[in-house]
Design a protein around this ligand. Structure first.
Ligand SMILES: *Cc1c(COP(=O)(O)O)cnc(C)c1O
Length: 435
């Protein structure tokens, strides 16, 4: 599909709504998402598989706003969660527990109980210790825990080291040999029911090869287990499908689907996928306004444009050296093009959204940071006691505030000063600088 973020009549629109109008109504910084984009991506992935549709389990951590979860639940999507907090969100958004898979290396006893009681579709077990704990908790609750072992196939996904998860040096999943032993144990453990097998080798993966290699590893395990009369019903290849941020080719889902279909053709296995970024990254932007220009005053200095969004709003450039396209929302300024570092107000030199970008800027300009729909708001924080941004979802010519901007009162609500000591006076101790 064409992008829902398009320049029209000299200014950027999100579907049919002018971005300047959104900024006027809701302020900045604000995340803006396109409903049509999210739905189109979901359908595109599903349609690529034709008459053998995968069970899509949207990875909640990419963008966990309730309205976004609601939208995917309405499309029939299930969810891949990694915490009790995400489980609460999915339930609140109307997600079906029978379509929830629970991943993550550190599930607490409390989280296991919460999910066991619902019950959810399956636990993606990431260690032998978790496996043992799950048996104990299921036994205590008188439940049977559906499980899939997350296999670490030791495959290099050729991505940024912080988002590579399928190498043996990574903390995720268990090696093939141990996974097979756990399946044999599970087979004779009444508290467990084997439902599937899974892996997730990394994020922002560009080519098919590592994903297909992972599929081969899982299929040969399925065969090994079948020979021992241990049946696997679903095969979960995780997420990781890459998207275009700069000039990378968009992930070829049609080729991916065709290759998987070919390999699964003569097998009764249900395919499961856990995409996050692929569904939402390019369906979101971050609107921010230029507060100050601080041009270089000497040749060795840089030109800084200080904007009202910062690393607490969008940490990807700082954390992963990630690229985000930046453009002016309206083409009004007659400034000459200069290479700017877009920086926020935070007291860190790592606080930048992009560096050395040729832009025509004036103070007060409204800017659009592209590709901010995944791992944007979800990774935001209150660092420097900044209120987290608002989130808006556009649907045709309507825009909905799906998370209001935080206030200082929201931030302080959970904290308290020390209890009052009735004997103490409230006078300040003397110090060198006291008045
Ligand atoms: C993060 C994650 C995903 C989603 O990854 P994307 O790259 O956003 O598709 C899927 N599964 C698991 C277990 C994850 O941790």
């Amino acid at each position: 599909m064409t992008s829902p973020f398009r320049q029209r009549d000299g200014e950027l629109h999100v579907e049919s709504v002018a971005a300047t109008r959104i900024a006027e109504q809701f302020g900045t910084p604000t995340y803006v998402y396109s409903r049509a984009y999210f739905e189109n991506r979901y359908r595109r992935l599903l349609d690529a598989f034709g008459d053998r549709p995968p069970a899509i389990r949207y990875a909640v951590k990419a963008n966990s706003n309730l309205a976004v979860l609601d939208l995917f639940a309405r499309l029939g999507s299930g969810f891949d969660i990694v915490s009790g907090g995400e489980l609460e969100r999915v339930l609140q958004a109307g997600g079906d527990p029978a379509r929830i898979v629970f991943s993550g290396v550190g599930k607490t006893g409390e989280e296991l109980d919460f999910a066991l009681k619902l019950p959810i579709e399956c636990f993606n077990v990431e260690s032998e210790a978790e496996f043992d704990r799950l048996i104990e908790h299921a036994g205590r609750l008188g439940r049977t825990a559906p499980i899939s072992i997350r296999v670490n196939p030791d495959i290099d996904a050729n991505t940024h080291p912080y988002i590579s998860t399928g190498l043996k040096e990574n903390k995720f999943g268990v090696p093939v040999g141990l996974a097979l032993r756990l399946y044999r144990r599970a087979h004779v453990t009444p508290e467990l029911e084997i439902t599937g097998i899974d892996c997730h080798i990394g994020s922002q993966i560009a080519d098919l090869k590592p994903l297909m290699d992972a599929l081969e590893t899982l299929l040969s395990m399925v065969d090994t287990l079948a020979a021992e009369a241990i049946e696997i019903r679903h095969i979960d290849l995780g997420g990781g499908l890459g998207v275009r941020y700069r000039n990378e080719p968009d992930f070829d889902v049609e080729a991916y689907a065709a290759a998987i279909r070919k390999r699964l053709a003569d097998r009764p296995l249900q395919l499961m996928l856990e995409p996050g970024r692929f569904l939402v990254a390019n369906g979101g932007i971050l609107l921010t306004r230029v507060e100050y220009l601080k041009p270089a005053s000497a040749p060795e200095q840089r030109n800084f444009a200080i904007v009202d969004a910062a690393m607490n709003d969008l940490i990807r450039p700082t954390l992963y050296q990630a690229w985000h396209d930046v453009e002016r929302v309206a083409d009004a300024s007659d400034a000459t093009e200069t290479r700017w570092d877009l920086v926020g107000p935070i007291c860190e030199s790592g606080d930048f959204l992009c560096r050395d970008r040729p832009l025509r800027l004036a103070a007060g300009d409204l800017l659009c940071v592209r590709s901010a729909g995944a791992y944007g708001f979800a990774q935001s924080s209150n660092y420097n006691s900044r209120n987290r941004a608002a989130e808006v979802l556009v649907d045709g010519d309507a825009s909905y505030l799906i998370r209001r901007r935080e206030t200082p009162r929201d931030q302080l609500a959970l904290e308290s000063v020390l209890p009052a000591d009735p004997a103490a006076t409230r006078s300040l101790p003397k110090d060198a600088g006291g008045r």
